[in-house]
Design a protein around this ligand. Structure first.
Ligand code: PLP
Length: 407
């Protein structure tokens, strides 16, 4: 295995090394789970203190106007838009990814009254398929789940919507967004791209790739905090046709006219439902601002270097793990996954040694490669510790084999 000194030399030459200071990471922890819950940005601490003490504590309800709480969904959406190649007004922050999938899916399915089914991928993230199943049942449609190599050929004139996750949460495999959007578009089928493992992880340009609809997550690579609100993207010329069945007052043309009749707001504002969770919104804004200030091409370059380094170290030191992520960078996101039948206790042993990665059932050890606060030394140390855990069979200890509610 290459030396620790080499890792240190690479870190010293890393132009992104200075970004780590923007995050509050605990001493002695190597954090390889920023793809599941991003760490605390320094900026978010100050923002949260101000939000609680001044805006909520002192300014009270006046803050809806004076601190522009009411404009948070659009304002933060505008900042996320810059990360995905979209224009202001094409992204709005609201609810969770799950709820946003429901809103978009039902709104789009209603525009295709002759369709019979929704298509998604077998093994897609569970919430995506569960929400799609519920929406399909409500709309009288079937949900077809297909392996990824059968999806394009299954697209038909009576397909209502295609729902895909751009970067797979387990393997990191990335779909060809432009190719699939074009294939679906040729049959008039709208595609919803779930960008949960893409935004802030890989360079994105949705308009370039022809993508018209997407949802994305705030608490992963955007470092927006636990349970941060999610976002919806819809191309400008597609927004007026969207009518989601969740007709809340925040999506009304004039919420404060308090009218009995629902009239959708202009543009994406209609995708809002209830009162936004302002504290979470403001924490998300801090995370998005940090991400938006970084050079995404440099982030992606370093992600690839970290990936190659980890793959090389793992092959040398821990060959009993089978890498399941694509080796071609154009075909993956920013995490690296390994299969091992004892991945659950192994991950618990790693966490006990300060290396936080995660486990995805049934047998995947998933490690997030987040270039703004991880360096080559972190990767070296993680593999070194994993190697020692395997040598000593330390993962066999009973405490590492106990079940947990959240994995
Ligand atoms: C993380 C993730 C979600 C999360 O959905 P929530 O409603 O925010 O819990 C959804 N889809 C994918 C693909 C994810 O990776």
């Amino acid at each position: 295995m290459s030396s620790l000194q080499e890792a240190k030399t690479r870190d010293a030459a890393d132009p992104l090394g200075k970004w780590r200071q923007h995050f509050d990471l605990p001493e002695g922890v190597t954090y390889l789970d920023g793809n599941s819950l991003g760490p605390l940005p320094q900026k978010a601490k100050a923002v949260m203190q101000d939000a609680v003490e001044r805006q909520w504590g002192h300014d009270l309800i006046r803050s809806w106007n004076s601190n522009d709480w009411i404009g948070a969904p659009q304002r933060i959406g505008g900042k996320i838009a810059g990360l995905i190649g979209a224009a202001a007004g094409e992204v709005i922050v609201a609810d969770s990814v799950s709820v946003n999938i429901f809103k978009l899916l039902t709104a789009l399915a209603k525009t295709r009254p002759d369709a019979t089914h929704i298509i998604s991928e077998t093994g897609n993230f569970p919430t995506d398929v569960h929400v799609a199943a519920g929406a399909a049942e409500m709309l009288g449609l079937k949900l077809k789940l297909l392996p990824r190599d059968e999806i394009t050929s299954a697209l038909a004139d009576d397909t209502a919507v295609l729902l895909l996750t751009h970067v797979h949460y387990k393997t990191g495999a990335r779909f060809d967004m432009a190719g699939i959007t074009a294939a679906a578009g040729a049959k008039g089928i709208p595609v919803i791209w779930d960008l949960s493992h893409s935004t802030g992880a890989v360079p994105l340009d949705l308009p370039r790739d022809g993508a018209e609809y997407a949802v994305g997550c705030g608490y992963k690579y955007l470092n927006g905090g636990p349970g941060a609100p999610a976002f919806i993207y819809a191309a400008k010329d597609r927004q007026e046709a969207l009518r989601a069945p969740l007709q809340g007052w925040m999506g009304h043309r004039q919420p404060f006219a308090f009218e009995d009749t629902y009239e959708p707001a202009a543009g994406l504002d209609r995708m809002l439902v209830g009162t936004p969770s302002i504290l979470s919104m403001l924490a998300l804004e801090a995370g998005v601002e940090v991400m938006a200030a970084a050079d995404m091409q440099a982030v992606w370059q370093k992600s690839q270097a970290l990936f190659d380094y980890m793959a090389e170290l793992m092959a040398a030191r821990c060959p009993q793990f089978q890498m399941v992520s694509p080796t071609d960078a154009a075909e993956r996101g920013s995490h690296i996954s390994f299969a091992h039948e004892h991945a659950w206790p192994i991950n618990n042993a790693l966490i006990a040694h300060g290396v936080i990665g995660d486990f995805r059932a049934p047998d995947i050890l998933r490690l997030g490669l987040t270039p703004l606060y991880l360096g080559f030394e972190d990767i070296w140390k993680a593999v070194d510790i994993l190697g020692r855990i395997m040598d000593r069979k330390e993962w066999q200890k009973p405490e590492y084999n106990a079940a947990a509610k959240v994995t």
